[in-house]
Structures are given as structure tokens and as C-alpha cells.
Design a protein around this ligand. Sequence first.
Ligand code: SAM
Length: 284
Amino acid sequence: MSGSLQLCATPIGNLGDMSPRILECLQNADLIAAEDTRNSLKLLNHFGIHTPMTSYHEYNKVDKAYELISKLQEGKNIALITDAGTPAISDPGEVLVRMCIEAGITVTSLPGPCACITALTLSGLDTRRFVFEGFLPREKKEREQVLKNLENETRTFILYEAPHHLRGTLEDLAASLHEGSLRKIALCRELTKKFEEVIHTTIGSAILRYENEDPRGEYVLVIEGRDIESIRAEETARWENMSIPEHVAMYEAQGMDRKEAMKAAAADRGVSKRDIYAALEREK
Ligand code: SAM
């Protein structure tokens, strides 16, 4: 019988956040796959865990996954830990999980610290609907595309960022998002650590702040989504001064057929489709 892969969340800065269940799992596993074995050795030594360890990181994530899967198929239980936080969130664990699922291996997750959720709860922003974007791509074209997709995002969104890229990311957000400088942002750093700091501000003010101060530590940025009312107002402004035939034509130009365009125009104006039809007939 195959063993299972156990995803073990580890502290993001405070050792007190290591759960007893995860300690037990790490103790009993046949093998621990760790993103950085030197880093994890300190953590495991602190808790007196001497389970054998192997490395699983960005640069061996596919080849090593095959190796780990054959051990799992031999019946070994493997615990996966990353440098900090929940495995598979912005780290190579994602690939191992997918490959294990495809190979029919049981995967379980032992929940614990995760920087994005910790930051979201501290942001004071809307937590009911949110999007996790991880790190923005560094490659220019890809980055522009992601930023474009975020321009009108109405849900709260979360980014990870390293200190040396923070200024550039704030500038890009201010330039790309609708009314970017005015958007609320929570800059969360050193979470769960002694000098934990959450700065509630706007993107524009954060840019000014970091003109005089060097960003320090790893950051989670939680950003307010675009106000849905402003999108509605913009959409209304687009057709407000149009006649009904022009309004229908606008939707047809966007690729809708006549029936769909009439329906959309009727919904915008809060009138019936029959009214739209009558206006089109009058125009003939
Ligand atoms: N798997 C991890 C998790 O569950 O959050 C994330 C791994 S990702 C490679 C590392 C990023 O997480 C950092 O660059 C930073 O953006 C964020 N992060 C991790 N620990 C943090 C902390 N204590 N305070 C603020 N951000 C943190």
C-alpha cells in the first residue's frame, strides 16, 4: 500500500506557532522533504526531531517529485515542509502535490501559519471576497498582463513581495490600477515576529513613505479592490448620452448578436425588451 504525502505548515517567524499535530507528523514520517534542508535543520533540531531529510526545491521540483513518488509508492510516508508557512503556497510544493494526485497518492494537509491569510485578517479590508496573486512576475510582458488583469479587480487582492522590489511594485500598482494612488493598502511585514508591523495607508502615501525609509523584511501587500459603484457609473456614462439604437449598436460592436444586445441595453436602462424593439422600429 502506498504511503501518503503530508503537507506540514511551519512557523512564519514565531516558533510558538508550530502545532503539536505537525510535530507528531514530522516525528513519525519516514522522510521529510524540505525546501532548504540547512534552514529546516535548525527548526527540526529546536524541536528535537531527527527524521531523515531530503531537499525538494524550485530547481529539482519535477525530477525529485518522481523520486519521492516512487518512495511513496513503496509505502513510505513523506512530510513536506517549506522555508516557512504553508507548503504549496508560492513555493514548489504545488508541483509535488499535483504530481502525487496524478499518481493516485493520498495527500493530506496539516494546516498552520500562512503569511497571506495572516495579512488579510490584519488588513481591515474586505475579507469576504479576495484573490491571492503571490509574487508579481518579474518578466515585463507577463507582469504587465497580470497588472492589467488587476486594474479593475473588485475583490481585495494579496501580493507577496521582497523588500528590494517593494518600491518598484508600489509604483507599478499606482500606475496600473484604476485610481491606483488612492487605493487603500495594508503593508504587512515581520508577521508573527517581535517587530511585526502593519501599515494601513494608500498606495500613493506608501510610495512617499519609502522615499525616506528603506523597506525591511518580507512583505505581504493587501490591496483594496476597485469600488463596484465606480465601475457601474463608468458603464452608465458610456451609454447615457446615446440613443437606444446607438446603445444596441455599441453592444453589437462588442460581439453580441442583436438579441443579446437588445437584452443588455434593456437591462442597462431598466426598460423592457419591447421598449427597445419599439425604439429600433421607430428608427427604421
Ligand atoms: N508558503 C509561504 C506561506 O504560506 O505564506 C510563502 C512562501 S513565499 C516563498 C515567501 C513570501 O511570503 C515572502 O516573500 C513574504 O512575501 C511572505 N512572508 C513569509 N513570511 C512572512 C512574514 N513573517 N511576514 C510577512 N511576510 C511573510
